[in-house]
Design a binder for this molecule. Structure first.
Ligand code: NI
Length: 177
């Protein structure tokens, strides 16, 4: 197992749609293991494969009771509304109160290929929506209202000033605080 560099805001890989995984094999399991280690190391509560540069539909998360891997996740249904302060490992140091559906019905596969069928609420539902957004090429910034977006752009401009002039593997590495 090893931790992997997390791609950050401005990296085009974060705006691309990830593709389905056809074979859930040992390579996928190894990838999931590395993603779990990377998530805990960050630390974070969720990580989508394209955040480490792999354009495959897979995310890992831990809502507080251990790591879970979801392959080919699909949100079938959402309902209600819940406002929660949301951050992202790809937009380090920033967070916004974002309104999204409160309940989510998610299906997918686990690493054995078995069907996952989870009815989630609040925090877990928020993780699902956030990670599926990643796999569809959206960042939490895309979920802000107009007012929030203006403030976000200001904050991101400030961050851009601190972006390293060196490019690593075609993506910008944000400097730490
Ligand atoms: Ni994120």
């Amino acid at each position: 197992m090893s931790t992997l560099p997390i791609r950050t805001f401005g990296d085009p890989v974060l705006n691309q749609v990830a593709t389905d995984i056809d074979n859930i094999d040992g390579k996928v399991a190894a990838l999931a293991e590395s993603m779990i280690e990377t998530m805990y190391n960050a630390p974070g509560v969720g990580l989508a494969a394209n955040q480490i540069g792999v354009q495959k539909r897979l995310f890992v998360y831990d809502k507080g009771d251990g790591p879970v891997v979801v392959v080919n996740p699909q949100i079938l249904e959402t309902s209600g509304e819940w406002i929660y302060e949301e951050g992202c490992l790809s937009v380090p140091g920033l967070s916004w109160e974002i309104a999204r559906p409160n309940s989510v019905h998610l299906v997918g596969r686990d690493l054995d290929g078995n069907e996952l069928d989870i009815q989630a609420e609040e925090f877990e539902a928020r993780i699902f929506q956030h990670e599926v957004d990643h796999l569809n090429g959206f960042l939490l910034i895309d979920r802000l209202d107009d007012e929030q977006r203006k403030a976000a752009k200001r904050a991101l401009r400030k961050m851009q000033i601190r972006v390293s002039p060196h490019e690593h593997d075609g993506h910008f590495q944000l400097l730490g605080d």
